[in-house]
Design a protein around this ligand. Sequence first.
Ligand SMILES: [Zn+2]
Length: 555
Amino acid sequence: MYDILIKGGRVADGSGAPAFVADVALKDGRIAAVGPALPGEARRVIDATGRMVAPGFIDPHTHFDVQLLWDGAARPALEHGITCVVPGNCSLSLAPLRAGDRAAVVGMFQQIEEMPPAAFTEAFKWTWEDFPGYLAALRRNLKINVAPLVGHSVIRLWVMGADAARRTARPDEIAAMGDLLRQCLEAGAVGLSTSFVDTDENGRPVPSRFAAFDELDALCAVLGEFGRMLQIVPEFYDVDLTIARIDQLAELSLRHGIPTTFSPVFDSHLTPAAAPRALGRVEEQFALGARVWPQMQTRPIDISFSLLRPSLFFARLPRWVRVLRLPLDQRIATLTDAAMAEKMVADVGPDGGDQYMGALIVRGGDRAPAEIVGRTLRDIAAERGEPVARALISLSLEHGLDVAFLAASRGHDDTSRIGPMLAHRLVHIGASDGGAHLASFATYGDTGYLFSEFVRRSGALSLEAAVKKITADTAEIWGLKDRGRLQPGWAGDVVVFDPQTIGRGEERPVFDMPGGGMRYIRDAVGIDTVVVNGEVAWTAGAYTDAAAGAICLLN
Ligand SMILES: [Zn+2]
């Protein structure tokens, strides 16, 4: 007797081979059989006629570290067909972390990932300091599978305390970091993450950026004992620096026998040679035997913001960032000061901000009047007879700052260029940043968008190739044991979807973070059923009570 029998669907098994009509049977958390018209009874039969049946999708770049503690499904990732997530990216994880260092790491998560403070104080209890303790806390209510990275910044903090964000490490400290990393890897960490670009909430570089190369090299030697992953955020805004990092990763990969990955790789019409050059260097390094996987996201860069909180949109305008960090009453007072507003407008550019902000679209907000929703800021500014950046400030002030703007398609939006790159044999599809950047954009639905935009609309990838990219390829790159393929004996992670409609819903704000905090999400489209480790976790538009998620075993 099977637990579940998925009947009559077209199976894309993760191998990339042409899909075939078959039944998929599950028992005891695993795939029991795949074949045409399987005989035998099942406790639950799912009719998949006209549907695709594929291995669960794997998202290799997320920041669900915190959310998983109160939401074991990493909503809405799971309903998009994601059955496994990798948190702990970009040098940040929640363990190993001493109680006294929690505030520092929370500050970094707030700055880099835009998570509200209440997310760290209201929804769970800090019960751990070490990595096994964190995994134990996660396991309590896990609905999705997790392959957690450990963050270089927190390893540094544990060993060096406040000096972690001041200086390079002494040899004894490097040795202690290596021992600590080894404990994390023994407990099940999938690898180490580090960052060369991120800053904390005070604009200071995160601890990992104070490491000299010998420190990273020593930590990679420990990764080499296990053959596990090094993930980095390179200086992605500068292709020459990125290429230097690719070479450095290749050196580490070859010397220690480890896979490495970097993200993000963005394509932009402003620097059209950048992504192709980076991919060209990746090809050269793979040809020499190194493993340096470039991660590329499927979705275009859309950023939403209001003046209610700091945003990525202002990253290159320090004065704006400083003002937006002020408490609300002071912020409003500062923006109301005409001399200050004039300086802020001048900062944006000699054109009054027309080029940088003119195409912004008013997308709403609780107090934005309906007649301006959907119009461009350029248009509104012209009507008001104000420079564009000035209009943004005045319009916001008139409505208690609660006017949201959308900066649409700020790069990575040319399907004819992105499609062939996503299809490239060495490009690793990922970099969703799931669970992060809550107030800027929805980090969900990238897998649906892969199918709607790059399989159905442009045809850059076959459906089977797209499935392989986000299942078997990902599992192989990261060394996830028995995941990413529908074959007997492998983990029972399955997604049933409609190939004609799979996609992503419209981006919309919800207020479901602890303390009522806002985030943008997208609903799933075309996903019928998601099975995690042999139990139906999501079906017919709703979550079930199943909590069969696990910390992934590694090869
Ligand atoms: Zn990240």
